[in-house]
Design a protein around this ligand. Sequence first.
Ligand SMILES: NC(=O)c1ccc[n+]([C@@H]2O[C@H](COP(=O)([O-])OP(=O)(O)OC[C@H]3O[C@@H](n4cnc5c(N)ncnc54)[C@H](O)[C@@H]3O)[C@@H](O)[C@H]2O)c1
Length: 309
Amino acid sequence: MRTPKVTIVGAAGGVGASLTHLLLQAREPYELALIGRSPQSIACLLMDAQSLAPLGRAPVVRAGEIADFHDSDVVVVSASVPLTGWAPRVDSLAGNAEIVHPYFREIAKISADWRGHVIVVTNPIDVFSSWLRRHARIGRARILGYSWNDSLRLRVAVARALGEDAADITAWVIGEHGDAFVPLFDRILVGGRRVGLSRRQRAHIRADLRGFYARWSRLGVSRTTVWTTAGGVARMIHDLTRGRPVDWTASVALNGEYGVRDVNVGVPVALDARGVLGVVEWDLEEPDRVVLGHAASLVRERVESLGRL
Ligand SMILES: NC(=O)c1ccc[n+]([C@@H]2O[C@H](COP(=O)([O-])OP(=O)(O)OC[C@H]3O[C@@H](n4cnc5c(N)ncnc54)[C@H](O)[C@@H]3O)[C@@H](O)[C@H]2O)c1
């Protein structure tokens, strides 16, 4: 099998550098092309990577450019303005739109038969993945907003509430990667067995999740959850290039599924080494369906505010 090629935009940032490191150390190799705001920021990463060679295999990594998108298996976009103090993710919409714009324009030129995937990590992910999707020729399932951290946090919160090991919990959050998120409390599994939570436990966990980003931002440190994010994105890249069929959640463009059309919001998807196989339609409780619809409206409004790519 050909070594999968991954291009990372924003590679010198917290998420990008952490992801680069994980992919360089992964059991199965990747070919990496790294794009940063300055050549110097990428030169540092390359020098660092070369010195890793004695600890494992020689890294296959170089400075990338937008032409690399065309033959990549996965393009990750995590370039952004720096995080400064407490602000909702959507506040970085205008600044980040300027940053991702030239990259999205190039991705929009990629031909419809491209077999790769774009993973949008830059916030707000639902808006940006929708914006790109509206202008791209590649299939809708090839543009994924990364929102899995929400499900990982739900798993940790459920594990705490039940006194279980987080690795034994399966739990999903769909909807917006923001305030209009939808934790699916009726689908929680512990060790593969369905478990119900009391109303009080649900309320407590919901508040915990809702407050996570605010608590983090108020620490006043310009670092995002780079380990969780890089770990999740690395897993997604593995599953998209080498994985067996598995359920995921990601922000993908809906075409009537869940009553939503034409915007990306977080939903369950099935994917494997052939890529995203499709959106999985689970039965939702009515309040969850309402919040999902609200999330779609919010995203639609914000995409419209961005205009044409
Ligand atoms: N989807 C998620 O779950 C999730 C989780 C964590 C972070 N994020 C988002 O990911 C983004 C990156 O987070 P981070 O912690 O890596 O931030 P960071 O500030 O550490 O890194 C951003 C990087 O982008 C670079 N950059 C800026 N303009 C660029 C350009 N024009 N071309 C190439 N690179 C450019 C910066 O120089 C910097 O190295 C943010 O928008 C953040 O909110 C999303």
